[in-house]
Design a protein around this ligand. Sequence first.
Ligand code: ADP
Ligand code: ZN
Length: 732
Amino acid sequence: MTAQPPEFYDEGALIGVLTAQPLDRVLDYKAPEGGVVLGAFVEVPLGPRKVVGVVWGPGQGDYDISKVRRIIRVLDVAPMRTEMREFLTRAGEYTLTPLSMMLRLATRAPGLGDPPSMRKVYALGHREPSRMTEARARVLEVLEAQGGIFTLKELSEQAEVTSSVVKGLVTQGAVIEDDTPRDVAFPRLDPARASKELTEDQAGCAETLRAALRSDAYGTTLLRGVTGSGKTEVYLEAVAEALRLGRQALVLLPEIALTAEFLTRVEARFGARPAEWHSGVAMTERRRTWRMVGQGGAQLIVGARSALFLPFQNLGLIVVDEEHDSSYKQEEGVLYNARDMAVLRASICGAQVVLASATPSLESWSNAEAGKYTRLDLAARYGKAVLPEIRAVDMRAETLPSSRWISPTLQRAVEQRIKAGEQSLLFINRRGYAPVTLCRACGHQIGCDHCDARMVEHRFLKRLMCHQCGETKPMPTVCPACGAEDKLAPVGPGVERLGEEAAALFPEARIATLSSDMFGSARALKEQINEIAMGGADIIIGTQLVAKGHNFPLLTLVGVIDADLGLQGSDLRAAERTFQLMRQVAGRAGRADKPGTALLQTFQPEHPVIRAILAGDEEGFWRAEADGRRHAGVPPYGRMAGIILSAPDLEMAFDLGNWLARNDAPLRQIGAQVFGPAPAPIARVRGRHRVRLLVKAPKGAALQPAIARWIGSAKAPNALRLSVDIDPQSFL
Ligand code: ADP
Ligand code: ZN
C-alpha cells in the first residue's frame, strides 16, 4: 500500500525534489529550517550549482543519508498544486516525455526565485512648486485630470516633458515618488457589463455553456459555426460565467497576430484587458503574469499553447479557438497537442473546455459523434452576411501563358470588383517569391546547405531562405553546381510573385501583399491589416495568415490560386487541411453586408474534397473522410506514433532504426505494427540526418508503455537523438 504523502515536511525530513535538470529521477534533500509544504518551489544545491525545483513527495531514501543536502530556501511563490503535478505527470506519460522536461514547461517565468521587484511610481503631492513653468503645469495637469499613479515614462510622455521636469517637482514636494511592487494584480474584469444582444441561436448556445460551467464538473463542448456566426461572442459568455463563479479562464488562440483584436473585444465586454501569455510578451510582464495566475491576480489569460502550463489556482474554463489549427501541435522539444492537453488539464481540475471552429478537426468531430463531446452548432451568420458562393475554375479549360497563375476567369472577376469599389483576395499558401530556383543550364535546384529542403527565393528580403531551418543566403548570380552565369530562374509561384503578376494584370489597382515574414512584429502586421480592411487596398494577396479570423468588410471575392496544393502528398490529413483552408478562405468573402464569391482554381474539379467544398457539404465531407480513415485504421480510428532518429551520419541512424524494426516484440504484443526505417520526408535538418519509423496500433492499445519498453531496450549511441511523436500531425 502506498501511503499518501504528507502535506507538510518538518525541518530535516527527507523529501524528493523534482528539478528541470535532465536527470531521470527526483532527488533527495532535507527540508529546510521551518519545514516545507508539498509542491513548494525551492532552491536546491546540485553539484556546484543552485537550481530551482519543486517538492514532489517524500524522499526515496536510497542515497547515503549523510550526504543528502539541505534545501537552500523556499521561494516566495505559490506552491504547485496537486492537480498541476498530476497534469505534468500524465501529460509526460502521454507524450513519453521525462518529468524534468515537463517541469521546464511549467516554470517558464524569468526570475522565478527573485525577491519581489519594485519600481518607482509618481502621484500628485500636496505642495505647490516654488516656481511654475509651462512644463511643470502640464505635469500637474495630467496628474490632476487623470488621478492615479504613473511610471516616470508614462508621466513624462503624457505631459510631453523630460523626466528631469518630473524629478524637479519631486524635490519640491509637488509630486510624490514611491516604490511599488512590479508584480501587481491585473485589473478586475467585470462580467456584469452588458454583452451584445445575442441572436436566439447564440443565446441558446451561450446558456448551454453557462449551465455546463455551473455544473462545476469537467466537460468538453465543440462549438461549431461558420466564420462570423458569433462563436467568439458566445464563448465570451462562457468566460463571463467563469468570472461570475470566481474561476479563472484561459483562451488559446493559434496566432499571436490574432490577440490584439481579441483583447479589444475583451475590453469592450469586461471593461479591462486580460493578461497575455505568448512569445511577444516582455520578460517582466511574463513574470508578473506567471505569479498573478498563481495568486489569483489574473482572471483571464489570452495566450498561446504554452499558457496551458501556467500555475492556475482555480481554472474553470479553457477555450481553444480555431481548434483544428495545426499550430496547436508543438513540433519541437516536448511534442504535444495543446488541444488534447487542454482536455486533459480540464478533466483533472474539473473545468470546461470549449473547442471553437468553423471546420473542426476530424478528431473532434468524431468525439462529438461518439458522444464524448457536446456539440453546439451556430447555424446562421450574424446580421445580413451570407455564405459566399463557391465555384471551381477548371484550369484544364483555361489558357494561361507560362509563369502566370491568374486565370482569365479569375482576372475578369477581379476587374469587376475593382470597378465596383470592392476588394478581392488572392490566396496562395506559399511564402516567398518562388518555391524553386532552377539553373536552366544544368537543371540544378538550389538546396539548403543544412537540410534536404529547397531554398525559397524571397525577393522582398533579396535572399534565399530555407523554410525548414530558417537558414538564409544571398541570391547567387552563378549556378553553384555548374558555374553558369545568369541562368538561375524562379519556378512556381509564391505570394510575392503572385503580387508581381497582379501588378502587371491590374496596373491601376492598389495591391497589398500580406505574408507573415514581411512584418517585423505582430503589431506592424495588425496595423497593416486594419488599414487594408478599411479600404486601403483593392487587391489583397496573402498566405494562410489572412485565412485566420480577420474581418474585411469590403471583401467580396476570394480567388484560391492553387486549390490542389493540399491534395497531393502522403500526409494523412492533407484532405482535411485543404477542406478547412478552403472553407476558411472562402469565409473571408462577404463578411459584412455584401455577398461574396469564392473561385477555386483547380485541375481536379472531380476530387471528392473539391466537390465537398463546392457543395458546402461539411457533414458529407467528414463522413467520407471518417469512413476512409476507419477503413485504414488510422487516427482517430487507430493510433499512430512517429519515431524520429537523428544523427550526424545517416548510417548510425539507419542502424538503430533497423535494430528497432527487427526487435519489435513489445509492439507486436499490443497488436501494433512498425513501418520503416525510411529517410524522414525532410531527411536532413541542421546538418543531422533523420530517419523515421512509424508505429500503427489499434485504437484501444496501450501504445505508450509498449513504445517505452521497445525504445528502452535499444542501445543508442550518444550522438544519436531519438524523439517520439505521439499522434503525429505532420509526417516530417
Ligand atoms: P466568429 O467567432 O464565429 O467568427 P464573431 O463572434 O467574431 O464570429 O462575430 C463576427 C462579427 O459579428 C463580430 O464583429 C461580432 O462582434 C459580430 N456579432 C456577432 N454576434 C453579434 C450580436 N449578437 N450582436 C452584435 N454583433 C454581433
Ligand atoms: Zn535548411
